[in-house]
Design a protein around this ligand. Structure first.
Ligand code: NBX
Length: 828
């Protein structure tokens, strides 16, 4: 038994749990099938097999995990703590197999057991612990942190119910609750002993201690327990295995014995239910949620547990907290964890008796803040009375922070043009409100946007006063996505084609894809490239048929827009174009055109009526267009239900055209745009978010640009925007809108889509009509290129070859260098 293999415990034989040849794996799977699922092979269900395989893979992560913890501890490395209310990690089995490099061996072991890995992968429920881009970004960053051997912990909430499942009934979205934990979660390790008591409500008491110091005691109204649940996050091709630590809320004691003894059983369990509610469900809104006590409790709950866990870890090694910021860099993923600024101050000052000034120095050197939105309505604020009710001590601390900050601001700004009022953490009004973005800015040493344009706009608009005050705090880190999940795992055919040509180096150094440019003139390579795309499209066509009963021809151009449904993302612009094509066919039945399949997907926030109406309209148009004999295979419109990580992985590889058509200045970055491009789609898009940088690297000639710039959007708005003017001036636009308004798609009921059409005609807040003509024009350029398949293929290859910048590895390296100042700590 070797020292290396036994984690320094001579009695531990790890071979059966670490070996990765097919024979050992086969035995391990059978063992787990029996000892964990209690099944013999002949009666095991696919889910039993899935569990057995998952535990077998987890076993192989665990020894790396323990070794990683030992190494980090020994080296006293600085750790990144990524604080995020969402981690949209998606299914784990596939990505863990890929990162461990044992997919082939597991496949072989399973096939010897008469099982098909692909069938088992389908068994895994999706951990949908996020809404969209923000949550998925956190998950991509966890993958890159581990791969880059950076000590890191992801801290968040273990929601019992993640994002709802979207079912479509008669064209309308129905939300079905997500029971992802129902059959057990093999990836997590509950740590019941790692529990913190979290105070809520009550009041504070100020007193003087025996040494004459002013102290504050928080007398809470109730206490909730936060129990750690750990998921190992393994890097690709390295031993480093980091920690995703999610907190589950539990009741302090299961029973109120007094109530129980007096016979009031229901009162006795009520407290338990109330406590556990905190981590029950993810809010399915991708905009600020205000006025919801439970949401504030969620934020505070996970932040408090996380900071106290960090302090616990710190004090295992260090005598006090004066150098806490040297050991931890805490990233605030948007303002959802921004209460951390006040909570760390409370912990340092009230609980660890630090003086205010040194405590503030520690806190502000610990935190940095990422902003993900420019939309003013999406900036989080909490009403002061609500905050007072839930977190009375934090209100005092926020006032103290603000008072000191305002003093500083008055000296620095001389209150030019009322800057002081705008910078204040407290917004005046009835009631007063606490601006979480301001709290985050004041409490952080670095503030970043998520794409170059977004950061520039932040500096000029949303956070302009802060930028004037502290220009040195601002920097940009353009988002990135992990090529492991979104290329290697989800598009094995394209990955193989690439690796056969340039080797596997691209998997951890995505800039190496540039090597593909040397193969551009190889006709055989281009032919292979086309074949792979066609096979991916055939697979998606099959899936579409299963899920929507619509037949599509894989030879057609697949044009895809898959993301949350939001007016600023302008799915309705896309739809107006589809209706325009339909009108063209009706008016000219012999029209020769590039056959197209338009694919839409995405969830609407349950309370967002306009977004839900859009989904209905997409189905209504699809139903008419898809069954119209006159149209045939020239045009199809499909709504792919329940867009999530699992489905996304099957959609990106099959796209020819990626629709990134938001109103310029509104999409902070976008990350789907990167995933599509990485999978060989060309982009039709506006100069918004990361589109700007994607176009820069892939080349203007390989990107279909259209529409107003962010500046033009602002200019038009300030000078008076009249959507009707565009309606009157463009016959095709008028025809498309009139056809919808006529009730043609709604069985003659003209009223159904009236709110959507009226809103466009009267307000059109995202200037759909202003960009319609330019969009149609760009779509014609798409058709022209589609008619030259070989040229299209070249551009597709060039998109992939030049997309290296958008790896999350690059983004994480920038965070490490510019913000966190952390170094890799490799694990043997
Ligand atoms: O964050 C998204 C932006 O819209 C994208 O442009 C960007 O690429 C991505 C990553 O930086 N924002 C986002 O996904 N927000 C949310 O999901 C969200 C969730 C809850 C909430 C507010 C916003 N209360």
């Amino acid at each position: 038994m070797s020292q290396q293999n036994n984690l320094d415990h001579p009695k531990l034989d790890l071979h059966s749990r670490t070996g990765t040849n097919a024979d050992t794996l086969q035995r391990a799977i059978l063992d787990n099938l029996f000892y964990i699922q209690g099944r013999f092979p002949d009666v095991a269900t696919p889910h039993d097999w899935y569990q057995a395989v998952a535990y077998t893979v987890r076993d192989r992560q665990l020894h790396r995990w323990v070794k990683t913890a030992q190494t980090y501890k020994k080296q006293k490395s600085r750790s990144v703590c990524y604080l995020s209310a969402e981690f949209l990690i998606g299914p784990m089995l596939g990505s863990n197999l890929v990162n461990l490099g044992i997919e082939d061996e597991v496949r072989e072991a399973l096939s010897a057991l008469g099982q098909d890995l692909d069938v088992l992968l389908e068994q895994e429920p999706e951990p949908g612990l996020g809404n969209g881009g923000l949550g998925r970004l956190a998950a991509c960053y966890m993958d890159s942190l581990a791969t880059l051997e950076i000590p890191a912990i992801g801290y968040g909430i273990r929601y019992e119910f993640g994002i709802f499942h979207q079912r479509i009934e008669n064209g309308w979205q129905k939300e079905i609750s997500d029971q992802w934990l129902h059959l057990g979660n093999p990836w997590e390790v509950p740590r019941p002993l790692l529990t913190f008591r979290v105070n809520l409500g009550g009041h504070t008491e100020h007193y003087t201690d025996d040494h004459g110091n002013h102290r504050v005691r928080w007398e809470p109204e109730r206490v909730v327990l936060g129990v750690a649940h750990d998921t190992p996050i393994i890097g690709y091709g390295v031993n480093n295995t980091n920690l995703l630590r999610l907190w589950k809320a539990e009741a302090e004691q299961s029973f109120d014995f007094e109530a129980f003894n007096t016979g009031d059983y229901y009162a006795a369990v009520e407290e338990k239910v109330k406590s556990e509610t905190i981590s029950k469900v993810l809010y399915p809104n991708d905009e600020a949620i205000s006025g919801k006590t439970l949401r504030l409790e969620q934020q505070y709950f996970f932040v408090s547990c996380s900071l106290r866990d960090m302090i616990r870890i710190h004090l295992q090694q260090e005598p006090d907290l004066s150098n806490f910021h040297e050991k931890f860099a805490a990233q605030l993923n948007d303002t959802h964890p921004a209460i951390a600024v006040a909570e760390l101050m409370r912990l340092l000052v009230d609980e660890h008796h630090m003086d205010w000034n040194p405590a503030w120095s520690v806190a502000s050197r610990t935190f940095s803040y990422t902003n993900h939105t420019l939309l003013p309505e999406a900036l989080e604020t909490w009403s002061l009375p609500l905050l007072q009710q839930v977190l009375p001590r934090h209100v005092e601390i926020i006032y103290e922070i603000n008072m000191r900050f305002m003093d500083q601001v008055r000296v620095l700004t001389h209150d030019v043009c009322g800057a002081v009022t705008r910078l204040s953490i407290i917004e005046e009004g009835e009631p007063k409100r606490v601006r979480m973005a301001n709290l985050a800015c004041v409490g952080s040493h670095a503030i970043n946007g998520v794409a170059a344009l977004h950061t520039e706009l932040l500096k000029k608009t949303t956070l302009n006063d802060f930028h004037n005050l502290w220009p040195e705090k601002f920097l940009n880190v353009t988002n990135g996505v992990t090529p492991r999940r979104f290329l290697l795992l989800s598009n094995p055919k394209q990955s193989k084609l690439i690796s056969d040509r340039i080797g596997e180096g691209w998997i951890t150094d995505l800039e190496k894809l540039r090597g593909l440019e040397a193969h551009l003139d190889d006709a055989g390579f281009r032919e292979d490239w086309r074949r792979v795309k066609r096979e991916n499209k055939e697979a998606l066509a099959k899936l579409l048929k299963e899920r929507t009963y619509v037949d599509v021809d894989p030879q057609s151009l697949f044009s895809v827009q898959a993301k949350r449904i939001h007016e600023y993302k302008r799915q309705h612009l896309h739809l107006l174009y589809v209706v325009t094509l339909y009108n063209r066919i009706i008016n000219n039945p012999n029209l020769s055109m590039a056959p197209r399949v338009h694919i839409l997907g995405g969830k609407a926030a349950p309370g967002y009526a306009m977004a839900k109406l859009f989904i209905k309209l997409a189905h209504a148009v699809g139903e008419m267009v898809n069954r119209d004999q006159m149209v045939g295979d020239r045009l199809k419109l499909v709504f792919f239900p329940n867009f999530n990580v699992k489905n996304a992985q099957r959609i990106y590889p099959a796209a020819d055209l990626s629709e990134q058509i938001s109103t310029a200045g509104f999409e902070a970055s976008g990350t789907g745009n990167m995933k599509f491009s990485m999978n060989g789609a060309l982009t039709i898009g506006t100069l918004d978010g990361a589109n700007v940088e994607i176009r820069e690297v892939v080349g203007d000639e390989n990107f279909f640009l259209f529409g107003m710039t962010a500046e033009e959007v602002v200019h038009l708005k300030t000078n008076g925007y009249h959507p009707r003017h565009y309606y009157d001036g463009n016959a095709e636009l008028r025809a498309a809108m009139d056809l919808i308004a006529s009730g043609y798609f709604s069985h003659g009921e003209a009223d159904v889509f009236k709110p959507l059409i009226d809103n466009l005609l009267e307000h059109d807040p995202f200037m759909v009509l202003a960009d319609y003509e330019a969009y149609c024009h760009a779509q014609s350029q798409v058709d022209d290129l589609w008619a030259q398949p070989d040229l299209w293929t070249r551009k597709s290859i060039l998109n992939v070859a030049r997309i290296g910048k958008f790896s999350s590895d690059r983004a994480i390296r920038e965070y490490c260098e510019k913000i966190w100042k952390v170094q890799p700590t490799p694990v043997d």
